[in-house]
Design a protein around this ligand. Structure first.
Ligand SMILES: [Zn+2]
Length: 135
């Protein structure tokens, strides 16, 4: 960009040195072209700055996203890779969504099973039968 700037400045200096001015028809055209070139160089320079900022912003977003992906997928992997824990697939009688429960939760009589999707109690602590009145 500095190069383009120099070239336009050189042209302007050349025109002044040759005493080209707007007094003649040809001079008027030359001076106007040089003015236009200056404006274009400025416009391109602004675009370059804006694009550089955009690229930096996208790079930062990309890095942040990679961090989030790492955290999310690692957590998911840890959960499902844990061989000590078995997951039991249950279709919620209320919302019909297939949900998963840690099997340990079935061993604990004190705890109600609550659907993580609709928050309805699937199994109550009194009975591990599906309550008929839920559906
Ligand atoms: Zn549900």
């Amino acid at each position: 960009m500095l190069e383009l700037n120099k070239k336009v400045s050189y042209l302007r200096g050349l025109a002044e040195g040759m005493e080209i001015n707007e007094d003649t028809k040809e001079g008027k055209i030359f001076i106007n072209i040089i003015d236009l070139l200056e404006e274009m160089v400025l416009a391109i320079s602004e675009l370059e700055t804006a694009q550089a900022e955009m690229e930096e912003y996208i790079d930062n977003l990309d890095e942040d996203l990679a961090d989030i992906e790492h955290v999310v997928f690692e957590n998911e992997k840890d959960e499902w890779d844990n061989e000590d824990t078995q997951y039991i697939e249950v279709e919620c009688p209320k919302c019909k969504e297939t949900v998963y429960f840690d099997e340990e939760i079935f061993e604990d009589d004190e705890e109600d099973l609550v659907c993580p999707n609709c928050n309805e109690v699937i199994y109550s602590e009194e009975s591990y039968e599906i309550s008929e009145d839920i559906d």
